[in-house]
Design a protein around this ligand. Structure first.
Ligand code: AHG
Ligand code: MN
Ligand code: MN
Length: 336
């Protein structure tokens, strides 16, 4: 099989023949995102190494003050997108306001990204990732505006993530299925390893931070209690798996089936709508799972239908196998 698989660019040129959303510009933009993720993959590993060297982690190899890995990864993605010539405005989890691109480099797309997802896990060498969401510019003129970023998820041109795990994988969709690529570190190239990824209609794994149980509303508590009760016919009790990095928990859900939940909780009055952000966490994952035959909801409405009102708007997220997510909605919408 070695050497028989398609590179990311070759795959995209193939896809372009049947999917008009895959323009030469989008191919170029995805290539830039792939190259940024190769640099992050290298630095994620090195950060671990520097960490082992103790105080050295106060100063990086160039003698500069090491920024937090989130900020460092953010700078890699921001700089690469800014020069791509394909983007007119950007949003990042790490930056309060939207960001312009380099003068004269404006392009037809917007990008919102979480440069390093699950970063609390880096110190314990647990999988983390990068998430991205691409829209087409809708405002007139060359410079993008926040309106170009604040589009509903069902208008996304392309979305995906990179998972820095036992291998580095890039998974994307541009509306003609979900395709996964594995980075061959020796060659420095992403090769197609998971063509046409599809999620099971129903699984037997649930993924949620049970530590928040006391803070969920009653209906959410009842749903999780239901999953833990015994009933062989419906494969219950479900298995519990929780990594604490959305990218890792989502990727496992995509491959094994079942569902991931980060519901609203009453623990933090600042976050009445749950912890995860719509623009660069929930919406891109919702597009990927929809294209894989799954579904993503707040418990009350489809994630992809939500018109964002702010760059860092938080939403409850229930995502995975369609039968599981629909069943969770039924419990959550029960009249008390
Ligand atoms: P980020 O590191 O980008 O802030 O994202 C962390 C998120 C997400 O990756 C994960 O699903 C969630 O935080 C875990 O939150 P808890 O630690 O509260 O379970
Ligand atoms: Mn995140
Ligand atoms: Mn992050």
């Amino acid at each position: 099989m070695e050497g028989q698989t398609l590179s990311l660019a070759a795959h995209l040129r193939d896809e372009q023949k049947k999917n008009p959303k895959i323009t030469n510009g989008l191919i170029s933009l995805l290539g830039e995102m792939a190259s940024a993720s190769k640099a992050i993959s290298r630095d994620v590993n090195r950060a671990g190494l520097v960490g082992i060297l103790g105080l050295a982690n106060k100063v990086n190899v160039q003698g500069e003050e090491v920024k937090k890995l989130d900020e460092y990864s953010n700078e890699i993605v921001r700089a690469q997108m800014s020069k791509s010539g394909q983007v007119c405005i950007m949003a990042s989890e790490e930056v309060d306001n939207s960001m312009p691109v380099d003068e004269g480099c404006e392009g037809p797309y917007t990008i919102a990204f979480d440069p390093l997802d699950g970063s609390s896990n880096i110190d314990v060498n647990v999988s983390i990732g990068t998430i991205f969401s691409i829209h087409h510019k809708i405002s007139p003129g060359t410079k993008g505006t926040d309106d170009d970023l604040l589009q509903p998820g069902n208008k996304q041109v392309c979305a995906g993530y990179v998972l820095y795990g036992s291998s580095t994988m890039l998974v994307y969709t541009a509306g003609s299925g979900v395709h996964g690529f594995t980075l061959d570190q020796g060659v420095g190239e992403f090769y197609l390893s998971h063509p046409n990824m599809q999620i099971k209609p129903k699984g037997d794994i649930y993924s949620i931070n049970e530590g928040n149980y006391l803070y969920w509303d009653k209906n959410t508590q009842k749903y999780i209690d239901y999953l833990k009760a015994e009933d062989k016919a419906t494969k219950r009790p479900y298995k519990a798996r929780y990594v604490g990095s959305l990218v890792a928990d989502f990727h496992r859900t995509l491959i094994y089936g079942g569902l991931f939940l980060y519901p609203m909780d009453y623990k933090d009055p600042q976050k009445p709508k749950g912890k995860l952000r719509l623009l660069y966490e929930a919406a891109p994952m919702a597009y990927v799972v929809q294209q894989a035959g799954g579904y993503a909801s707040t418990g009350f409405e489809a994630i992809l239908d939500i018109k964002p009102t702010g760059l860092h708007q938080r939403v409850p997220l229930i995502i995975g196998s369609v039968e599981d997510v629909k069943q969770a909605e039924k419990f959550i919408q029960r009249k008390a």
